[in-house]
Structures are given as C-alpha cells and as structure tokens.
Write a protein that binds this ligand. Structure first.
Ligand code: NAD
Ligand code: WQD
Length: 342
C-alpha cells in the first residue's frame, strides 16, 4: 500500500517513513529540500533496507503537484508534514508562511479530490491551544488566538481541512504534537536545524558538543515548581508510530467521524531544568547555561491529556525523558563524527 509522505526528508517525516516501511507500507516522499537534505534517503535506506522514492519539488506549485498526483494515482493515503515551522521567522515573514503552509495544503486537498485519494494525516501542533485555561489540555480545549503566523497556519489548516471534508468524501486526522525531541536509536536520522536552533533540545546538544558557547534558559520566574517553563516533550519515534496507527485507522475504516483530532504527548510536563538535568545525567556532560529573561511569546506551562489518543487511537508514548535526551545526544555525536569524515 503506497503512502505519500510530504516533508519526508525532514525531522518527523523521516522517522515516520522508517516506521511506515517497517510496517510494510510503500513510501513515496515529496520534499523541496528547503529544510532538509536528500542524503536522508540514504539513512532511511540504511535503517530499513528499502529505498523510498524521493521526488523533489515545491508542493506550493500547483502544476507540479497535480502532475505528481497524476503519475501516482495509486497513492492510498497522505501524511502531510511539509511546512515551514520557525515561529520567529513567521513573525518576520508572515506571507512566506501563509503561502507555503496554506497553498501546499490546498493543492494537496485539490489533488486528493481529483484523484479520489481519501485519507489525509495532517501535522498540527499544541501551539493551537496557546496557554490553556486548564491543564492537562484535552482536544476539547478552546483554540486560542494564535501567537504567531506559524501557529495561525496550523489553526487555519485545520479549518480548511474541516470545511473541505464537509463537501467531499475525504477523511482526515489532525495530530496535535506537543514538543517532539530525540532521534532514531540508530543515530542515522535526527533533528538537523539550519543555523542557530530555536528549540531547546538541539540547543542543548549543540552547546554540549561545542557548536554553541552557552545555552540561555529563558526565564526562571514562572509560576512553576523550579521557575522554568514546562512542556510535554515526546520522543520522535513515539510520534512517528502514531502516524502509522492513524493511517491504519483510516484505511481500515475505523474512524468515528470524517475529521478526527488527537493530542500526541506523554501527559507529563517537564521544566527546562528537568530537561537539562536529564541531559547531564545521560551524557555525563556538564552543560554551560545561564538564566536570562523570558522569551517573548512563550507560554508558561502546557502538557497534554493523551487519554483520547490512548483509548481511541490505541497509541501511547513509551519512551521517557532520559531516553529522549540520550537519543538526541547520540545523534549529535554521530552527526559530528560523520561530518569530520566528509
Ligand atoms: P522539518 O522542517 O524538519 O520538515 C519539514 C519538511 O518539509 C522539510 O524537509 C522541508 O524541506 C519540507 N518542505 C517545507 N515546505 C515544503 C514545500 N512547500 N514543498 C515541499 N517540501 C516542503 O520539520 P519537522 O519538525 O519535521 O515538522 C514536520 C511538521 O510537523 C511541520 O508541519 C511542522 O509544522 C509540524 N510540527 C512540528 C513540531 C516540531 O517541534 N518539530 C511541532 C508541532 C508540529
Ligand atoms: C521549549 C522550552 C523555552 C530554547 C515550539 C513552537 C511550537 C512547536 C514546538 C511547532 C521553552 C525554553 C528554548 C532555548 C530555552 N512547534 N528554551 N532556551 O517554544 O515550546 O514550542 O516548538 O509546532 O509551536 O513554538 O519549544 O523547544 O523552543 O522551547 O530556555 O534556547 O525551552 O523558553 O520554555 P516551544 P522550544
């Protein structure tokens, strides 16, 4: 069964391609390599022994997208990861974000309609909840006004999907990820941010390996036990597995309604200091960090209520924080080794 993974050379897409192949799916990847490299295909092949097809083009290009789908009319489902994801950059360049993230989604939905491909899994984000009124946050929580154009693209995308489904035979599952971190246990694929990382985990590993001089902890005056902000970190392999389960749910017609939404988190909130301590423990490294002012736009604390995903989707995160930080560190070390050889 052929599944299209858009953004499949990226961080979460590559891990999902591996899990799909290991469950017997045929994987076709479309990526324009704007935030990843074609070499990831070699790494996926090294892990699974199966080389996924890669087509390099921009999904915001209507003609190329339609042409692709005409040539691959036997695709049974699509997992749509391809999007820009840097919150700060989206504030600086909102139109670039709206165009890329929304136009590519609309092109895919049009192609699904015309080729009668019924199944879509969409990458959404816990960012749609903002600072929730109640914790842990369930799928029923209000969607708050987006803090950034990036966050807004996720909210609007969910609405576009919901409206489209109302008048077509399409089905979709939106997965709202909390904070994905870590890497594949082989250390052959992982997170490769371009330039200075925005996110905590790659900043920690890049600091420990000597690429960055110091980690800045953004605020220790939050109303949390140790004063630093709290998130629900989730291992990327656990996250990838939820996509395979979602595809199977759609194909086996187990959906309760045509558009379903699931939280993907562990249900446990960890502070920035918890992550640093876990990293120091598993790596044996002492991390150079200082506490600075809060980062603008950050919420104080958010973690998932994963009950609905656990019971209805039949998925549960398995890996703990130490496993996440350990795999991230192994990946950073392996990447350095490979770069030296080149
Ligand atoms: P990533 O940047 O590693 O992967 C996205 C991939 O999509 C990249 O390989 C990029 O080259 C490709 N791409 C972007 N625009 C494209 C286009 N127009 N045409 C073709 N390819 C295009 O990001 P990721 O962390 O793997 O995130 C995947 C998805 O999950 C994104 O939609 C992101 O918004 C969402 N998400 C990510 C996180 C996170 O913290 N990483 C959290 C919540 C949601
Ligand atoms: C985690 C915590 C920071 C960097 C972002 C997006 C969100 C989603 C996931 C896509 C926060 C602190 C960070 C640093 C730090 N992505 N931190 N020093 O902000 O929860 O979420 O990624 O949908 O939409 O906003 O993740 O990893 O940036 O931060 O102290 O150098 O680490 O303040 O408390 P965030 P993050």
């Amino acid at each position: 069964m052929k599944i299209l993974v858009t953004g499949g050379t990226g961080y979460i897409g590559s891990h999902t391609a591996v899990e799909l192949q290991q469950e017997g799916f045929e994987v076709v990847i479309v990526d324009n390599l704007s935030n990843s490299s074609a070499g990831v295909i070699d790494s996926i092949t090294a892990i699974t022994g199966i080389r996924p097809v890669l087509e390099v083009f921009d999904l915001a290009d209507y003609k190329k997208t339609m042409d692709f789908f005409q040539r691959h009319s036997d695709i049974q489902g699509i997992i749509h990861f391809a999007a820009y994801k840097a919150v700060g950059e989206s504030v600086e360049q909102p139109l670039m974000y709206y165009r890329n993230n929304l136009v590519s989604l609309m092109n895919i939905l049009e192609a699904m309609n015309s080729q009668q491909i019924p199944n879509l899994v969409f990458s959404s984000s816990c960012t749609v909840y903002g600072q929730p009124d109640e914790l842990p946050v369930s799928e029923q929580a209000a969607v708050k006004k987006a803090e950034s154009p990036y966050g807004n693209t996720k909210q609007i995308s969910e609405e576009i999907i919901s409206d489209t489904i109302r008048t077509s035979g399409l089905k979709a599952i939106a997965l709202r990820y909390f904070n994905p971190i870590g890497a594949h246990p082989t250390a052959l694929i992982g997170e490769l941010p371009l330039g200075v990382p925005n996110n905590l985990m790659p900043f920690i590993t890049q600091t420990a390996i000597g690429i960055r001089p110091q980690l800045r902890v953004f605020g220790n005056d939050y109303n949390t036990p140790d004063g630093t902000a709290i998130r629900d970190y989730i291992h990327v392999v656990d996250l990838a597995k939820a996509h395979v389960i979602s595809v199977q749910r759609m194909i086996q017609s187990r959906m309760k309604k045509p558009f379903e939404i699931f939280n993907l988190g562990t249900g446990i909130g960890y502070s920035v200091m918890d992550v640093i301590r876990s990293f120091e423990k598993v790596s044996g490294e002492r991390l150079n960090y200082i506490v600075v002012d809060r980062r603008e736009g950050d919420v104080e604390q958010v973690w998932a209520n994963p009950q609905w995903s656990n019971t209805e989707l039949g998925w549960k995160a398995e890996k703990n924080l130490d496993e996440m930080t350990y795999s991230a560190w192994k990946w950073e070390q392996a990447y350095k080794k490979r770069s030296r050889k080149q």
